[in-house]
Design a protein around this ligand. Structure first.
Ligand SMILES: Cc1ncc(COP(=O)(O)O)c(C=O)c1O
Length: 428
């Protein structure tokens, strides 16, 4: 199904649900039709209609968007039809127009300028570009957390081994944002150069106070990089308002894009400071081997190089259209409602210990918990085998718990299925 067909079908479906004709035009999004903020019946019919847009099997409940997001037909069809077109002529399909039109959409989603975006294969590639491109010397210090995903741990560790930088860690407190700022601030020394933290941790889904951290970094003249793998496509935010120097994310998690897509944002006044180390075709504006002249692209495109799959980035554009059609406020309201329902239910089950923040403003759509009576990997297997629930075990940071992610294709019925499974596990 083409994206336009989806949009039309979505709109027709909504019209049928609310019993009124809805004429779709560019200025009318689903957000204007109704705001799905709670679990009333119209909302649920909207979300179950939306669920139909995903080929995702119903044979198991998918609760690992933090690992990988499912793509809707609109995205799959956009990729397949572009592959079919391009394979007939054996061309890359790369053009300035295609590249920048998708970046315009990304800029709208992330609250930045199109020229500040580079395409990558995943969040980790963006992290590597920043980590390796920053001008760091032996003894320079980088602050991060004890709860890092391997993607924001290994690049810094490799740089520590190679160049002798020093990594300093703070344990994120799930109790309060000010406490985290304090812990971070206490690690800053004369040798600190970089703060590199996740927007939302992979472990407990805790949303860190990135705006405040950006202000602190600015006041102390430090680089501030955000690992945003867990927030683009889930939270509604604006990178310019946050004020970080760089941000990397995955296209294949909450954004619902094709696998093997990622994005790197670099603030435009930082292009020269974060050196593009891996370069080639498309990185340059001009070059001349004879004269030795090399001028890198004036935008973040300087971080891209060589042939990449145009169809998957066209698919990422379709994924953004899909999210925008729902409206990012609605996406987050839905994700928050489902994850809060799970959290509330889990609090009623005695052996459960919740590790995610109880404070809504610090919580994302990932809820992490463990049980006193059963080890987390055993619990994960029990829920998978007995209840057909796909969850994610979290060993990072010694958390040893289970993480459950909630996104637009999930439902309150699935929240109840998880709670039933956990109640049964409580009796083991
Ligand atoms: C916080 C965080 N950073 C980085 C990554 C790596 O993402 P990717 O596989 O797109 O490189 C993940 C993946 O789960 C993550 O949770």
């Amino acid at each position: 199904m083409q994206r336009r067909q989806f949009v039309n079908q979505l709109t027709r479906g909504l019209a049928a649900l609310i019993g009124a004709p809805v004429i779709h035009n560019k200025n009318t999004t689903t957000r204007d039709i109704f705001i799905p903020r709670d679990g009333n019946s119209i909302d649920e019919r909207f979300w179950s209609f939306l669920r139909e847009q995903f080929p995702l099997t119903r044979e198991r409940v998918y609760l690992n968007t933090g690992g990988l997001g499912a793509s809707p037909y609109a995205v799959i069809d956009a990729v397949v039809s572009r592959i079919n077109e391009l394979e007939k002529i054996s061309e890359t399909g790369h053009s300035e127009q295609v590249w920048s039109s998708i970046k315009q959409k990304i800029a709208m989603l992330l609250g930045c300028d199109a020229e500040e975006i580079a395409y990558t294969r995943n969040a980790t590639e963006g992290i590597n570009i920043v980590c390796n491109g920053l001008p760091l010397k032996r003894g320079d210090e980088v602050i991060t957390t004890t709860h890092e995903h391997v993607g924001n741990a290994v690049p810094w560790l490799a740089r520590q081994k190679r160049d002798g930088i020093v990594i300093k860690l703070f344990e994120p407190s799930t109790k309060s944002a000010p406490e985290n700022l304090d812990r971070l601030d206490r690690l800053i020394s004369k040798r600190t150069r970089v703060i590199s933290v996740p927007h939302a941790t992979t472990t407990t889904g805790q949303v860190l106070p990135v705006k405040e951290i950006a202000a602190l970094a600015k006041a102390k003249n430090l680089w501030f990089f955000i690992d945003g793998a867990q927030t683009a496509g889930m939270l509604n935010f604006n990178l310019h308002e946050i004020g970080c120097d760089a941000y990397a994310t995955s296209g294949h998690k909450w954004m619902l894009g094709p696998k093997g897509t990622g994005l790197l944002y670099v603030r435009k006044d930082r292009f020269d400071a974060i050196q593009a180390l891996e370069v080639g075709a498309y990185s340059d504006k001009s070059h001349d081997l004879q004269t030795g002249e090399l001028t890198l692209h004036s935008s973040a495109q300087r971080y891209e190089y060589g042939t990449v799959s145009t169809p998957i980035f066209v698919g990422l554009g379709a994924a953004i259209d899909f999210l925008m059609e729902i409206g990012m406020d609605n996406v987050w309201a839905r994700d928050a409602a489902l994850s809060t329902a799970l959290l509330n239910g889990l609090q009623e089950i005695p052996p459960v210990e919740i590790l995610s923040p109880l404070n809504q403003t610090e919580r994302s759509a990932m809820i992490t918990f463990k049980m006193k009576n059963i080890e987390y990997l055993k619990l994960q297997s029990f829920l998978a085998e007995k209840h057909k629930l796909r969850t994610r075990g979290v060993g990072e940071g010694g958390v040893n718990a289970l993480r459950i992610s909630w996104h637009v294709y999930n439902s309150f019925e699935e929240v109840n299925r998880v709670l039933e499974g956990v109640k049964e596990a409580a009796k083991l």
